[in-house]
Design a protein around this ligand. Structure first.
Ligand code: ADP
Ligand code: MG
Length: 279
């Protein structure tokens, strides 16, 4: 009897491996003992096993999507202090996290000064989309422009564009820090045009629209890019001072409270209170 059982088990493991059901392979014996103890019928046992396999598959797929998205850091909406950024409508952002805009192929634009949470919010929305099964890719603008130019030089631009076209959500962070080259700007415009009404875009920028020409070069290209980007788009302004600066100031106030501040702190505090530095 024992001999027969172990032969069946070896065969079962072989079949499960051939069927690519690793979680069922790992859990079937433990769950069988549990089912026997609970007097559960065969169908209930099978249901439990298949549920475990599905859950594990979904977990691994979500992990793969998150990795493929290349987020610079992991940020969530729970970690965002909305009270500190009243210009950002919490209800709207929470609604965006439900990803219906992706189904409608709409865009989101975050506009605001450095340190005001644009990358945080864009990443959090991107991670929420990954969690819901959407294919997401995060790029800093300069990184995307370089990748496009390299692909063009290597004659692999079509392949890269085909990969971008498979995305549900493309995030382009930091439009405005470094002016793109003429070729880079044209390639970026091409990506934005191709995404238009097919892939949702999230773009973050510290530049008001009238200054986009400085980055994209020509007025014609800027006009056309803005036209496509802002058609069916939520524009969210992150007004106010930098969160990093606010944090640093609060820290200095606590450390400096009660007359304990040293001379060493003084120049830095003056610099912080003198206004915002760009990052
Ligand atoms: P930006 O992209 O606008 O320059 P970031 O999103 O990079 O700003 O924000 C700078 C840092 O401050 C990040 O570590 C971010 O997580 C944090 N941060 C910004 N705003 C908030 C906020 N309202 N609540 C919590 N953390 C914030
Ligand atoms: Mg940023």
């Amino acid at each position: 009897m024992k001999q027969l059982e172990s032969t069946s088990l070896v065969l079962l493991h072989h079949h499960l491996k051939a069927l690519r059901l690793p979680t069922i392979t790992a859990e079937c014996e433990k769950l069988a003992r549990q089912a026997a103890a609970d007097n559960a019928d065969h169908l209930t046992y099978l249901l439990q096993l298949t549920e475990l396999e599905l859950l594990e598959r979904e977990r691994k797929a979500a992990e793969r999507r998150l990795k493929a998205a290349h987020f610079p850091t992991h940020k969530t909406l729970e970690g965002f202090d909305f009270a500190a950024r009243p210009s950002v409508n919490k209800l709207l952002v929470c609604e965006l996290a439900r990803c219906e805009y992706i189904e409608r192929r709409e865009n989101v634009l975050f506009v605001g000064n450095p340190g005001t949470g644009k990358t945080h919010l864009a990443t959090a929305l991107g991670m929420a989309a990954c969690g819901r099964g959407y294919r997401v890719r995060f790029f800093r603008l300069t990184e995307l422009a370089t990748l496009l130019m390299e692909a063009r030089d290597e004659r692999s631009l079509l392949g890269l564009k085909a990969r971008l076209a498979k995305l549900d959500l493309l995030i382009v962070d930091e439009l405005g820090y470094v002016p793109a080259s003429k070729v880079g700007a044209e390639l970026l415009f091409d990506v934005i045009s191709s995404a238009y009404e097919r892939t949702s875009l999230i773009v973050t920028t510290n530049l008001p629209f009238e200054s986009w020409t400085e980055v994209l070069g020509s007025e014609r290209l800027t006009g056309a890019t803005l036209d496509r980007l802002t058609h069916r788009c939520q524009i969210i302004e992150t007004k106010g001072e930098s969160y990093r600066l606010r944090d640093a100031k609060a820290k200095l106030r606590t450390e400096g409270g009660g007359g304990r501040s040293s001379d060493r702190d003084r120049p830095r505090r003056n610099a912080l209170e003198g206004g915002e530095t760009s990052s």
